[in-house]
Design a binder for this molecule. Structure first.
Ligand code: AMP
Ligand code: ZN
Length: 670
């Protein structure tokens, strides 16, 4: 065979295996036996080994995994991944509908209902029909790149079929079917290993395994529900679901069209009962305004699309015995009572512990040790105790008296007025608090220190080397090498990890400080509002609460943090070690205010600049870029490929279209 023929044979075989794969996993209609499939795969792998020059990252052979990943990089989604607002009854739904009707000036909407698949969300980026990147949801703006792992998931097409747009981001949920999950746990049981909690956590954990061969062993399935594609003009959500199926994705056929909310409720009631018959877990229904043009009118809030809402099924409940209560101290000193339960099966998982939240909650439920309690699992991982079955109460059952002393250091606990939690006030000498703060500081969403984990933190603390996060940066090889389990390699990895962490931006440093109530989002808000640690430390209560979403509680906590000289001292040391204590503004240069007060929607593709560059230009000239066309839109920056439905919408609202040349001319008037 000459080279060309060989190449063609290789490509044909790849194509054939893609087809078999699709028939087996997506359609569930295999046409060849597993044995034949394996034989063909072996032939393909042999050919690929012989002709490395014709390798293809999307070959069917990548399904088996291989190659260790040193860790995951984060990457921004092209289009944000939103969460969903929740609703629990018809009145929530009708409030939502009324708001939307008013906002868009429509008389009615039709809806598509889908099940809400309970797994880990994934963003699949396709270019010219090939999977190029897969990113976890992360915080919605950016997530972890897990492409090699995702390529092993057989229900995800590596090459699309039919007629697809040049660029698109497909949104799906990675799940593990219940049966497969049970099988995994039975195998673990047989090996004497600890059982997995539930399918959702196991699915999301699987995406972060470092060895894609291991991922390939996991029974992961991708169910597709949405997409973002700039050039694709679809009439409605149903058309999308059908198109996605035709490209080769698995879209469950459980979706339904509903012409009003009473039909939506029928769907909800049907699946609220029938969901236990499904092969996978669902915790509700997602109701979506079906027409694309309506969706565009409604747009998004900061967190979620206005055109979609989740309807949560009532939580599942079981009853079991409360055997004991233990107390846990966190890094902020907050003490959480945890109920120890007689193990019981709830929604497919064995539950042994349940959060009791705080003393008020215990009093409210009037709990006693030995009570038969109702345990419920909502969206959260740890189930909660929601009530007591008084029929079973023993006459001598003693009420629970909340711990008076810290379970770790023995210090007497305190309660601050207005806060339901008990705290251990021994901030500077309570071991779990000290190590907890350092563990938080190095964690991935904070300083993301590579080469350092919880165990090492405890080791270093016990060796007297660290008592606060700043001490980490003073570590040196002489101190570390004598320690047990600290070989030269791990020492240099740790020190490199610390050095690299100095590049983390200010808002991550701020989050890492562990100021009570200052979570990731609040840290971002504070960082962009004040710009530096010095300005934040000086901020008054009024200045703090003037910031969007910052209330009295957060403000007071920030102020009391910076009033404590011991806190200031270690934060100052962090600054001395070179951590970022100021926000570096990306848009420092402003070109003009030619577009001040204007909201511009960018649509289609351009030759002079990319869409992101267009948005940057708008910002640098003082304008705002909007996500969807509405009456408030000043004009649409229209590229080629702008969809006809968008054009019609702009026209009907009297919003002018401006092409890229005209736009550039507009900006020349400086
Ligand atoms: P939440 O995380 O509760 O805000 O809900 C939003 C998430 O629901 C999305 O990120 C998706 O991962 C997930 N989801 C599951 N099924 C669907 C569906 N049919 N439509 C939209 N989102 C879904
Ligand atoms: Zn303590």
């Amino acid at each position: 065979m000459d080279e060309l023929t060989e190449k063609k044979a290789l490509e044909d075989l790849r194509e054939e295996l893609h087809q078999h794969n699709y028939r087996y996993y997506v359609l569930d209609e295999p046409v060849i036996s597993d044995f034949e499939f394996d034989q063909k795969m072996k032939v393909l792998m042999a050919l690929e080994e012989r002709f490395p020059q014709w390798s293809d990252p999307n070959s069917p052979s990548v399904r088996v995994g291989g190659g260790l990943s040193p860790g995951f990089t984060t990457m921004a989604h092209g289009y944000r991944m939103y969460s969903l607002d929740n609703s629990y009854d018809l009145s929530d739904l009708s409030d939502w509908e009324q708001r939307n009707l008013k906002l868009s000036g429509q008389d009615s909407f039709s809806y598509i209902c889908e099940l809400k698949y309970d797994g880990a969300s994934i963003n699949l980026i396709y270019e010219n029909g090939a999977l190029v990147q897969a990113i976890t949801r992360g915080d919605g703006v950016e997530g972890d790149v897990v492409t090699a792992n995702i390529r092993t998931v057989s229900t995800i097409p590596l090459k699309l079929k039919g007629d697809y747009p040049k660029y698109m981001e497909i949104r799906g949920e990675i799940i593990i079917p219940n049966q497969e999950f049970d099988r995994m746990n039975q195998e673990r049981l047989a090996r004497g290993e600890e059982l997995y909690m539930n399918p959702r956590n196991t699915a999301s954990g699987s995406l972060k395994l470092l060895d894609s061969k291991q991922v390939a062993q996991r029974p992961l399935v991708c169910l597709v529900y949405g997409m973002a594609a700039p050039e694709l003009d679809l009439l409605d959500q149903e058309e999308f679901l059908v198109a996605a199926q035709s490209w080769g994705f698995k879209v469950p056929n459980t979706f339904a069209k509903c012409s009003d909310l009473s039909q939506v409720m029928e769907y909800v009631n049907h699946w609220s009962e029938q969901r236990h018959e499904l092969p996978y877990e669902t915790d509700g229904v997602v109701v979506k305004v079906s027409r694309k043009s309506h969706q565009e009118m409604l747009g998004f809030t900061a967190k979620s699309p206005r055109w979609a809402i989740a309807y949560k099924f009532p939580a599942q409940q079981v009853s079991t015995v409360l055997e004991d209560v233990v107390y846990q101290v966190g890094r902020t000193g907050a003490v959480t009572p945890v109920g120890q339960l007689t193990p019981v099966l709830l929604a497919g998982t064995v539950v042994k512990r349940a959060s009791l939240h705080n003393a008020d909650q215990i009093a409210l439920l009037d709990l006693r040790i030995g009570d038969r309690v109702y345990v419920e699992k909502g969206g959260e991982i740890i189930p909660k105790v929601v009530g007591v079955d008084l029929e079973y109460r023993k006459p001598d059952a003693k009420p629970i008296t909340f711990a008076e002393n810290c379970p770790d250091c023995g210090t007497e606990l305190i309660r601050v007025p207005g806060d339901a939690k008990h705290y251990c006030p021994n901030t500077w000498a309570c071991n779990v608090q000290i190590t907890g703060r350092i563990e938080h500081f190095i964690s991935r969403k904070a300083m993301d220190v590579q080469g350092l984990g919880s165990e090492t933190v405890i080791l270093l603390f016990q060796a007297g080397l660290i008592a606060n996060p700043a001490d980490l940066y003073a570590l040196n090889p002489q101190d570390l090498l004598p320690l047990e389990r600290m070989a030269e390699k791990s020492v240099s990895q740790l020190l490199l990890g610390l050095e690299a962490s100095k590049k983390q931006p200010f808002h991550k440093v701020l989050f890492a400080l562990g100021i009570r109530y200052v979570g990731e989002t609040v840290a971002k808000k504070l960082s962009s509002a004040f710009g530096s640690i010095t300005a934040l430390a000086r901020a008054t209560q009024e200045e703090l609460v003037a910031v969007d979403e910052i209330g009295d509680r957060i403000a007071a906590s920030v102020i009391s943090f910076f009033q404590d000289p011991r806190q200031v001292a270690w934060v100052q040391r962090l600054a001395d070690y070179g951590l970022n204590m100021e926000e570096v503004s990306q848009e420092d240069a402003v070109f003009s205010d030619l577009l001040a007060g204007q909201t511009i929607v960018v649509s289609g593709v351009f030759t002079l600049f990319s869409r992101d560059e267009a948005k940057e230009l708008i910002q640098k000239h003082g304008g705002k870029s909007g996500s969807s066309i509405s009456k408030k839109t000043s004009f649409v920056l229209a590229g080629s490929d702008m969809g006809p439905s968008k054009k019609a919408l702009a026209e009907s609202l009297g919003v002018p279209l401006v092409d890229e040349q005209a736009f550039m001319q507009m900006l020349q008037k400086v």
